[in-house]
Design a protein around this ligand. Structure first.
Ligand code: SF4
Length: 339
């Protein structure tokens, strides 16, 4: 029995690649790769169910962050190191292929579809540097590429593969319909990866460039809240809703947390905040100022923010003054430490 491993993201391209193999009677073991930056929606499991394949989900290891910090092949528009990331994924897929006794690997990559990782040159780099070489078959664009080993050895009929190229989805959608995919089975295009989003990418670049001793916790914290850089060593993270306020409190209690203070308003409505880096008085004042700036009350005395640190708890009391229209951060709030 011919068996291959398919990298299944849950997107249309990888679903089609699987179906092309199934049409040739080839058994497919799907593999989904999750990173701390990929979306939690279970689209890959739904896709596997719809296609009738087994699916195994593997996660990143800590060394994944090394390639995010300094990718050999650079970033896309955000902080997405797609070529390095694909190499990383395929190296793991190679081990999985051997473990499940499969003969080759397929992916839904289409020549020229994504500027960052699907140019011909990038596809070659990914095949070579992952160690897979010609064990990596791209069924959607195979006719534009050199025949791979499974094609040469007759495990796969090259005549029944495709020559898709470029960004248009029209032909791919038609192929999906020809294969009998229902409209619900055709997902809307999305990388599902926060690293590709410019705003999130800025937060990652800020961390990489300014905070040289960053940790896994710092990257996980990028998924939560608004981030304000106070100085090179210190950042304030502000919750955007109640869920994020709770998440920040939880994250502050984690063993590997780099946050030094958790702040929350206790006499008015407003966001919670974390300080990462040293909680100097200036940093506390800045963080509390942000809470007032984004909170619901700036009137009167008694605006109290509680500060929780490893060494104990204390309160900051704010005495608001005139806000400057241009001041988007401290909002003209004078603070008095009240411990
Ligand atoms: S979009 Fe994200 S998960 Fe996908 S290859 Fe690029 S960095 Fe990796």
């Amino acid at each position: 029995m011919t068996r291959c491993v398919a990298l299944l993201s849950g997107g249309l391209d990888s679903m089609l690649a699987i179906r092309i193999m199934q049409e040739q009677g080839i058994e497919v073991e799907a593999l989904n790769f999750k990173t701390m930056f990929t979306c939690c929606q279970d689209t890959s499991a739904q896709a596997a169910r719809a296609l009738g394949t087994n699916i195994t989900v593997i996660g990143q290891e800590d060394d994944y962050l090394d390639l995010v910090r300094s990718p050999q092949y650079g970033y896309g528009k955000g902080a997405n190191p797609c070529v390095d990331c694909r190499i990383y994924m395929f190296e793991r897929a190679y081990k999985f292929m051997e473990a499940v006794d499969a003969q080759f690997i397929i992916s839904g990559e289409v020549v020229g579809q994504r500027p960052m990782s699907q140019k011909r040159r990038d596809l070659n780099i990914i095949s070579t540097n992952s160690g897979l070489e010609d064990l990596l078959l791209r069924p959607l664009s195979a006719k534009l590429l050199e025949p791979t080993k499974p094609e040469r050895e007759g495990l796969v009929d090259r005549e029944k593969l495709y020559d898709f190229e470029g960004r248009s989805r029209k032909g791919l959608i038609q192929l999906a319909r020809d294969f009998g995919f229902t409209e619900e089975m055709i997902p809307t295009p999305s990388t599902g990866c926060a690293l590709t989003e410019p705003e999130f990418g800025n937060k990652v670049h800020d961390l990489i460039q300014i905070q040289v001793d960053d940790t896994r916790w710092d990257y996980e914290a990028l998924n939560v809240g608004r981030h304000f850089r106070f100085n090179e060593a210190t950042k304030v993270i502000l919750g955007r809703d109640q869920k994020e306020n709770t998440q920040l409190e939880y994250m502050h209690r984690m063993e590997d947390a780099t946050s030094t203070s958790f702040l929350e308003p206790i006499s008015f409505k407003g966001p919670s905040a974390l300080i990462t880096g040293p909680s100097t008085d200036d940093a506390l004042e800045y963080a509390a100022g942000l809470i007032y700036r984004y909170g619901r009350s700036l009137e009167g005395e008694g605006n109290i923010v509680q500060v929780v640190q490893d060494s104990g708890e204390f309160n900051l009391t704010a005495h608001p003054t005139e806000r400057s229209a241009n001041d988007k951060t401290i909002a003209g709030v004078n603070l008095r430490l009240a411990r």
